[in-house]
Design a protein around this ligand. Sequence first.
Ligand SMILES: NC(=O)C1=CN([C@@H]2O[C@H](COP(=O)(O)OP(=O)(O)OC[C@H]3O[C@@H](n4cnc5c(N)ncnc54)[C@H](OP(=O)(O)O)[C@@H]3O)[C@@H](O)[C@H]2O)C=CC1
Ligand SMILES: O=C(O)[C@@H]1CCC=N1
Length: 269
Amino acid sequence: MTKIAVLGAGKIGEALLSGLAQGGRAATDLMFTEKHESRARALTEQYGFEAVTVPGAAERADVLIVAVKPQDIEPLLVELKPVLRPGTLIVSLCAGLPTALFERRLPEGTPVVRVMPNTPMVVGEAMSAVSGGSNATPEHLKLVEEILSAVGKVAVVPESQQDAVTALSGSGPAYFFFLVEAMIDAGILLGIPRDLASRLIIQSAVGAAAMLNEGSNHPVILREAVTSPAGTTIMAIRELEKHGVRAALLAAIESARDRSVELGRQHED
Ligand SMILES: NC(=O)C1=CN([C@@H]2O[C@H](COP(=O)(O)OP(=O)(O)OC[C@H]3O[C@@H](n4cnc5c(N)ncnc54)[C@H](OP(=O)(O)O)[C@@H]3O)[C@@H](O)[C@H]2O)C=CC1
Ligand SMILES: O=C(O)[C@@H]1CCC=N1
């Protein structure tokens, strides 16, 4: 079985490792590197994954998944370059960082695949977008798709779209959590206890997501079906439009895209 090492087991690294284990991959095929010993111990105790060093990961794993913050990439690549075995596949989850950056810093010919996943991988519902670098073959892309399909859906996209994808689905779960949090607060404003407000809103989100996922109707049709003439929903929609919520979402996602581009530019030579 393919041995996988996650370099930087923070939030997304842990989400991926735990999702892969839940998806049926043996814990013995999963390794990670982590800066903090106490966190490494906690992850090993909780899941059974082995904590390794960067040279250990490079020696034993077939696929190295880079999950450090983009700001931490340079020292990691300096450490990796002399120990990397030829043919080891590098998979980067780092927002904004182009495959060309990894290709410049690592030995010539290193295959690199850029991926933008999201945290719902902990429940097997990730959306991951995958792009191959110049040394990545269709077989490399297939392997990455196979690994990620255990934790959700996978789309292959041109790398030129990865900054936009990062803003849409990479950050996307945060927008939904923000919306849910604000709607629960609205329940508090209306005098509903927090527990009940949470149950009402979360189940409404789950139900709405299931209807969207079923896919037979466009979101506009689904919204119109809730919006009765001279009823309650249209009053709320009028306020959302008056407060520019649609424009705010367009501007917010554009701004996230711009930040992804900027994160990549910080590593230009
Ligand atoms: N969180 C998310 O939803 C998503 C994140 N990503 C991408 O995933 C990457 C990680 O994000 P996230 O998990 O949120 O960040 P975290 O900071 O939670 O995780 C990164 C982890 O890597 C550790 N680390 C840093 N340098 C090294 C190193 N050289 N060797 C081993 N470990 C190291 C960090 O330690 P310390 O904190 O002490 O520096 C931290 O524990 C980012 O590039 C991000 O763009 C992509 C999609 C979604
Ligand atoms: O906020 C971030 O930069 C990362 C990338 C996408 C989701 N989280």
